[in-house]
Design a protein around this ligand. Structure first.
Ligand code: SAH
Length: 249
């Protein structure tokens, strides 16, 4: 009798333990989903607040859906996990930052990525923006100048299933000649001028988004459009603050 009772207690205990694990796992998933939903709301609110600059009241729904999907917590250091979905830039080591989600969404919207577009990104950093571009369906090429960041991002992208993305370590000022021309180019570090090699590597009809300005002055996010005949048009979108584009150029 006593033995049967003990067995029941043991079975009940393990069943209870199993339920606890299930519940906490489900809660974990929900927490991130909920956090992403809040992040998307914060982006929407920033878009409305800056609508006079960016000339629209909402971004491409495809971009917003990708922002609600990509797991930003996988791209931020463990010390920053609790802030992974805050609408703010975060440190990623080596004096660099992962951009604010609103800026990531805006820049992705500005280059209007279509599936199968060939996109060059300069400044892989954490790899988060790279993942966003890959989720848009683009064929992404990304260059990072800091060795350890480049290898960490490459590994992280691979592990997260973004295996079509190609990354390399180097000075993005010179672009990726062997893979040019590109439908779109995104530079995520501020340059003193628009690098001529990047302009050359842009397809006719292509677009480039790049923060232009120096470290201690206001930088402007600039949209560069190359028309079918190769003529360039530039448009200043809004003031921003990015880490500088470094290198020997
Ligand atoms: N897109 C990144 C943002 C990283 S911050 C993200 O989502 O996390 C900008 C990155 O540009 C930094 O990692 C910096 O090391 C890199 N960078 C600076 N100058 C560069 C250059 N000349 N070529 C390639 N990468 C550069």
């Amino acid at each position: 009798m006593l033995q049967l009772f003990t067995w029941r207690v043991v079975v009940f205990f393990f069943f209870w333990l199993f339920l606890q694990v299930l519940v906490s796992n489900a809660a974990g998933i929900d927490n991130y989903e909920e956090a992403r939903r809040k992040m998307v709301k914060a982006i929407e609110s920033d878009v409305r607040e800056t609508s006079l600059y960016i000339n629209k009241k909402s971004l491409d729904p495809r971009v917003m859906s990708v922002m609600g999907r990509v797991e930003r917590h996988k791209f931020v250091p463990s010390a920053e996990q609790s802030r992974a979905y805050a609408n703010q830039p975060l440190p990623i080591g080596h004096g660099q930052t992962i951009s604010q989600p609103y800026i990531v969404a805006l820049m992705t919207d500005l280059i209007s990525v279509d599936p199968e577009d060939k996109v060059l990104e300069i400044g892989t950093g954490s790899g988060y923006q790279t993942a966003v571009l890959a989720e848009m369906g683009a064929e992404v090429f990304s260059i990072e100048i800091i060795g350890p960041l480049a290898s960490k991002a490459a590994k992280r992208l691979q592990e997260s299933g973004y295996d079509r993305v190609k990354t390399r370590q180097g000075d993005g000022y010179y672009g990726w000649e062997e893979e040019a021309p590109f439908d779109a180019i995104m530079v995520t570090a501020a340059a003193g001028h628009i690098p001529p090699p990047l302009i050359r590597q842009l397809k006719p009809g292509g677009v480039m988004v790049i923060p232009v300005g120096s470290r201690f002055m206001v930088q402007q996010l600039v949209l560069v459009t190359k028309d079918g005949a190769g003529a360039l048009t530039t448009r200043q979108i809004l003031p921003v603050r990015f880490v500088p584009l470094t290198g020997e150029h």
